[in-house]
Design a binder for this molecule. Structure first.
Ligand code: NAG
Ligand code: NAG
Length: 573
């Protein structure tokens, strides 16, 4: 596919795409597609968000399996490169149930033998978390922690990680070493605390250290580990800046938007662009794979895959032979053991109730009986008891849907479930006595905005609405999962799936409006979305209302859900 600067910012192709071909149905689950290695081979994780384990049918395995997989793959492909594109918190109790956040998960993360990693926005929302990530992960990993545009205040502004690293690989038949000049960049993120500074990518690429690295280092390929969606505007800025100094092949490792995607740019940016990008999904569901052959070729050839994180598939790709070696390596075993100790310590398996059916985020129509959003708006939010004294009247509670991170699935509702569904700790605030007409107009205003209302979470746009053809077709025992269409086509998923339906969600939802004869209401919302409410009031010609902003008190959504589960979803074993 041809891309230009304007288009790059918008199109995101993945998750559940309808346009893929029939041949997918001819494949059954065991017919996994093999990976294609290359002179340069990149294995990527991104947006793990505290998921150190998957235990479903489609995805199954833990952090220890990942370490074992990596070690077996290194034996098979000694030149393998292993990168992570950031966002390690907010989405699972392993990272979020500890105080401070990430107390245990940082240790687990840094033991994975990545060749290089970069920082995501979720490491940088909070002063303490940002400091601990710097001290315990960045400083621990040393020159492997890359960051070209983030700095931290330590009495002076210091780079949050190493600016760049030249990684060497030397297991080649011609006996020559290959050098990969590797950078790490964060998207133009601005919701960080005062001890963090993020330089916009377009400015960072003008800095002398960046130009010097490209001009003076010896290298064969350039790689950028970005906590940046592949089709977001920052990458073209990076590509343009790099292409002014070198025509060597360029590899992008994207992240942040939680999709599987790959790009292949040729012919743009003055001549053969030779740019290849991979983005490996989210939550340890997917590993990204990208390989290049450069030497001795007329032009670079490349291949990409999305590896389902399932232990059977990992063994298949590693050609693991149970007669010859054990799957669990020493490191793998140790990480699995540490993970179960952490889960125990944090009581993550404590059961509060049993969810009777699946409630979906993007997988169900809203409003509707299977919609998690409907459950939250109609059943859970109304149980909020504020503690503010003046708040006695009728009320409307508004919440952003970006804070709901995952489906609520049938089965035990555990302490971990709350962190998976709604990981963000937030405080309720409110505006007392808003006239009902203004109150009516706020939600529509929020939902008209293209702007994103989720703690830095980008909702993929332009994704086909439904994939009925996958339901209609004979899926021959395939499991639900990703069906990805990218610049290379639709053969990237290593395991064929039928795609879950995908529905666009509103930015925000609210509880039922009080009856028509009510003239004034209290407007209750999370402090996180206060700036958006302020903007709405300004647009609705009532900026004065915002001056009434007051703490509302009461339990956060995570706790309200837990109470709801305890009260309504008794387990019947
Ligand atoms: C790279 O070359 C090797 C050896 O010819 C081949 O097996 C592999 O498929 C090639 N990979 C790519 C990405 O072209
Ligand atoms: C809110 O208060 C009511 C009445 O005191 C009580 O029955 C209910 O359990 C409380 N709800 C929550 C979620 O605390």
């Amino acid at each position: 596919m041809k891309l230009n600067l304007a288009v790059l910012a918008l199109a995101v192709h993945s998750v559940a795409s309808a346009a893929t071909g029939q041949q997918i149905f001819a494949l059954k689950r065991p017919d996994r597609r093999a990976l294609t290695p290359g002179e340069y081979t990149f294995l990527q994780t991104t947006d793990t968000h505290g998921w150190f384990e998957q235990s479903g049918e489609t995805y199954f395995g833990d952090w220890g399996d990942l370490a074992s997989f990596h070690q077996h793959m290194k034996k098979k492909y000694p030149n393998l490169l292993f990168f992570d594109s950031g966002d390690k918190h907010d989405g699972n109790g392993v990272s979020d149930a500890s105080t401070p956040r990430g107390h245990y998960s940082r240790r687990l993360f840094r033991e994975m033998p990545f060749d290089a990693v970069t920082v995501g926005n979720h490491e940088l929302y909070n002063t303490e978390v940002a400091t601990l990530e710097y001290e315990e992960v960045s400083q621990h990993l040393g020159d492997k922690y890359l960051s070209g545009n983030v700095e931290i205040w330590r009495g002076e502004w210091r780079p949050y990680g190493n600016r760049y690293k030249v990684i060497e690989r030397s297991h080649y038949k011609d006996g020559k070493t290959r050098r990969i000049l590797t950078f790490g960049f964060l998207y133009d993120f601005d919701l960080h605390p005062n001890n963090i500074r993020v330089t916009k990518v377009r400015d960072a690429v003008k800095q002398q250290w960046f130009l010097d690295a490209l001009d003076n280092e010896e290298y064969d390929v350039v790689a950028v580990i970005g906590h940046i969606p592949l089709r977001s505007w920052e990458f073209p800025q990076l590509i343009e800046a790099i292409r002014k100094r070198t025509k060597k092949p360029l590899v992008l490792l994207g992240g942040h938007s939680h999709v599987r995607d790959a790009v292949q740019l040729n012919g743009e940016f003055d001549g053969p662009s030779d740019v290849y990008g991979i983005q490996g999904g989210r939550f340890l569901e997917t590993l990204g794979w990208l390989s290049l052959n450069v030497t001795g070729q007329e032009s670079t050839s490349s291949s990409r895959s999305y590896i389902d994180f399932h232990i059977d598939g990992l063994k298949f790709h590693a050609s693991h032979d149970p007669d010859h070696s054990k799957w669990d390596t020493a490191l793998g075993k140790s990480l699995t053991r540490q993970l179960s100790r952490i889960k125990k310590k944090l009581d993550l398996k404590e059961v509060y109730g049993c969810v009777p059916e699946n409630y979906y985020t993007n997988g169900a129509k809203f409003p509707g009986p299977s919609s998690l959003l409907s459950l939250i708006a109609d059943e859970v939010l109304p149980t909020l008891n504020g503690t503010a004294e003046g708040a006695t009247g009728d009320r409307v509670i508004i919440t952003n849907t970006g804070g709901l991170r995952f489906d609520l699935l049938k089965g035990p509702y555990t302490r971990n479930t709350g962190f998976v569904v709604s990981p963000f700790p937030n405080n309720w605030v409110y505006l007392p006595n808003i006239d009902i007409h203004t109150a009516h107009d706020i939600l529509p205003y929020l939902n008209r905005k293209a702007h994103i209302l989720g703690s830095g979470h980008m909702v993929p746009e332009e994704i086909p609405q439904e994939c009925d053809m996958f339901h209609a077709a004979d899926t021959k025992g395939l499991l639900p999962g990703y069906v990805t269409l990218d610049d290379y086509g639709h053969d990237g998923d290593d395991t064929p799936h039928w795609a879950l339906p995908y529905y666009e969600l509103p930015n925000a939802i609210q509880t039922e409006m009080p009856p028509d004869d009510v003239k004034y209401v209290d407007l209750v919302f999370y402090d996180f979305i206060a700036p958006f409410i302020q903007e709405a009031l300004y647009a609705l010609d009532r900026p004065d209302y915002f001056e009434r902003l007051t703490d509302y008190g009461g339990k956060g959504l995570n706790e309200l859900l837990k109470d709801y589960a305890e009260e309504h979803w008794e387990c019947r074993y």
